[in-house]
Ligand binder design. Structure first.
Ligand SMILES: Cc1ncc(C[n+]2csc(CCOP(=O)(O)OP(=O)(O)O)c2C)c(N)n1
Ligand SMILES: [Mg+2]
Length: 338
């Protein structure tokens, strides 16, 4: 890698990025293990997509909105969502902002403008476009980001959203986290063309980027986001990585694939990030080990804390949907809780 002169702000941004990636990976493994022990119900691992998510997050501002998807744990962590908010959501306990009413991994965190994740794949895309249209009409400077997988590009919503975004020239950044798989379907069977090329048909720029490399992601996304922010119209970014884990804790990928990238391989985004820090003289083995040990300590402590939190009270199933409950709901509450 060519040597660059880095400012101290850049150095700390890169260390923050690496730390978020390590936290994401560590939390991921903790939750998968806990699911195997029957301590949480379900989870969609983020492993392999840490660099894509963190590099993207580095390019965004506080005012920007994210219509993300169920794998965006590293993005949430880097953007500043408290780790306990993520764990509480997975557990569906009484401190979960959704009070257990969403499936685990379907996060929502207002503090960092991360909208509620919908289960039907691709449905966040038209919502992101509508939101970006509102930004435009109000002349606000924020951009809206939609993240989604390679499989989501086969949904009608993807095409509807791309077309409307381009026609109305709204400030939206589509980021396809192409991890090579949609459950058991490889991307080669998903589409006859490369995903970033689809942008051309709608009249927007399509960009291909190495999603395993956080620095490439950061640089590419920063340029793209700045262009969208200054009125350049929407963009589609295809970030290529690899889903290192199972689709979800209900999936057994050994039934349909041989793992092509394993933890610690040269293509592992954490290994690439470690090498970047070392090549740029920002960090050494000692720093890397310190960050990893600290991440493990934090994850273990937070997990233990969250496990002590009781489930939501039954009455909460009837609250926070309407500003004032309908008479039918009131009757139901009476029947159940009397
Ligand atoms: C409209 C719709 N169809 C099917 C499903 C079932 N489903 C859930 S996740 C998934 C795969 C999505 O793959 P991709 O978009 O590549 O994201 P990834 O899980 O690989 O990150 C499918 C088919 C769904 N939730 N919604
Ligand atoms: Mg996929």
């Amino acid at each position: 890698m060519e040597m660059e002169k880095l400012t101290s702000a850049e150095k700390s941004a890169y260390i923050k990025a690496f730390t978020a990636m390590v936290l994401g990976r560590t939390l991921d493994k903790k939750i998968v293990n806990a699911q195997r022990q029957g301590r949480v119900g379900f989870y969609t691992p983020t492993m392999g997509q840490e660099a894509t998510q963190v590099g993207l997050s580095m390019s965004l501002g506080r005012e920007d909105f994210i219509y993300g998807y169920y794998r965006d744990v590293s993005l949430l962590l880097h953007r500043g969502a408290p780790m306990e908010a993520i764990i509480n959501q997975i557990m569906g306990n009484s401190k979960d902002v959704e009070k257990g009413r969403q499936m685990p991994s379907h996060f929502s965190y207002k503090g960092v403008n991360f909208m509620s994740v919908p289960s039907p794949v691709g449905t966040n895309l038209p919502l992101a476009v509508g939101s970006a249209y509102a930004f435009k009409l109000r002349k606000e400077k924020g951009v809206v980001v939609a993240t989604f997988g390679d499989g989501a590009t086969s949904t009608p919503d993807f095409h509807v959203a791309m077309n409307m975004a381009a026609v109305f020239h709204v400030p939206v950044v589509f980021v396809c986290e192409n991890n090579g798989w949609a459950i058991s379907l490889p991307v080669e069977k998903q589409t006859e063309t490369e995903i970033y090329k689809k942008a051309d048909a709608y009249g927007m720029k399509g960009i291909l980027v190495d999603g395993n490399n956080f620095l490439e992601m950061y640089k590419t996304c920063t340029e793209a986001v700045n262009n969208v922010r200054s009125g350049g119209g929407p963009v589609l970014i295809e970030a290529r990585s690899y889903r290192m884990g199972a689709h979800s804790t209900s999936d057994d990928p050994t039934k349909y694939r041989k793992d092509e990238v394993k933890e610690g391989d040269a293509k592992d985004p954490l290994i690439i990030a470690e090498k970047i820090l070392k090549d740029l003289n920002i960090g050494d083995d000692k720093l890397v080990e310190k960050i990893k040990a600290e991440a493990q300590r934090i994850v273990d402590a937070k997990f233990q804390e969250c496990e002590k939190i009781p489930p939501p009270e039954p009455i909460t199933a009837f609250q926070e949907v309407y500003s004032k409950n309908t008479w039918m709901l009131d009757e139901e509450v009476g029947d159940i809780l009397d």
